[in-house]
Write a protein that binds this ligand. Sequence first.
Ligand code: GUN
Ligand code: ZN
Length: 455
Amino acid sequence: MRAYRGHLVHITGAPSLEQAGDHLVSAPDGVLVVDDDGVIAYSGEYVGMPWHIAPEEVVDHRPGFLLPGFVDTHIHYPQTFCTDSFGGGQLLDWLQRCIFPAEATLADAAVAQRTARAFCRRRIEVGTTTALVFGSAFPDAQDALFTESLAAGLRTISGRGIQTVGPQAAAPLLTSERAAIELSVQEINRWHGADAADPAEALVQVAVMPRFALSVTDHTLIALGELYDSVRGQGVYFHSHLSENFHEIAAVRAAFGVRDYLDTYDGRLGDSAAPTLLGPRSVLAHGVHCTGRELARMADTGTSIAHCPTSQQFLGSGTMPWRRTTASGVTVALGSDVGAGDEWLMARVLNDCFKVHISAPDGAGLSIPPAQLLFTATLAGARALDLADRVGNLDEGKEADFIVIDPQRQSLLPEQLDRAEDAGAMLFTLLLGLREPSIVEVFVRGRRLTAAEAA
Ligand code: GUN
Ligand code: ZN
């Protein structure tokens, strides 16, 4: 057993968003004891550590902080180098001009390998221990991602990006419907739970991932629903985009004749009743412009939203209405949406989250309390990914996914933290002020991660 002393900060238990403040743990002389299986054996005040816990080694990080690893519920691996893309317009222009051509370059195995390594390295640098990763169209590139992720020790859920229709720029990314289904099945067989006998105990898992409704046909969505029905019992995930941009939503309505965008993922296509793709392991990115019906249906099915405020600003998509969406009962987790999001560090995404919601018009503005911010970037993400029994906070019995923060690496921050009058003020300072240099160590399941050099 190893012990890590430091200022322990996390959201304990299994609270709702509103209850997060009451569940905030802030223990300035705290300790995290991790057993040889990477499970947390003790978490709390150092003085309260039970006598029978006798760690072989105690690493003292004080006055540094110990926080849960960040959970990014929406990030695009083939867009690792795309955070600087000038699309000359919003979502659909940006996809055609910048993103489809960039993603096509991963057909080259060397490019894919370099991208996978850079992607994993970047995640370690910013302390994103768990991520739901939008994948490449190319199976070899997905093999590179899963291989690198396992070598790095990261927790990754990913799936090949499925596209069967699209504009000319998307041509290299398209396959037939039959190939799309076959490739997803192959990916599930190869990678879902690949590192464990029981997929529930694995670090890598697979999701079925049509890029968005506009990248497939109604026929393909029905076929994907049937596929998903046959694999959801194995814990396979479903992930896509939903209601991000007004032009996108109008195009979905026109193409599918649906009432709501969500209907395309819910088996409600034309006259046929197909299996739904929604459920407790389904995560939809954005949900900026959802109807009340859509929110109610997501809440009913346990489908979660990956909220991506940095990306929504970058593409001028609008702002997901925080109060309305969280009040609907849908789990709202956080996503960087790299590369439309130009920030990898979840604390920076939280910083944008705070700013956009305090600025909401028509009396909807609110100042999200610090504990709710931390909850959104950690425990809510674990809940959205149905992993809250394993990760998301630093409770005993959870797997030890945590980061060590040394605020001395930043000027001003230590003094700002010293001046904070209570735990909430301290947490606000830490989350909004955190920059990458202060993230000094990153652990998944008790193992310290080190980034591999670029290939
Ligand atoms: N909708 C379909 N594809 C994408 C993508 O790559 N990024 C974002 N932000 N939205 C999408
Ligand atoms: Zn996205």
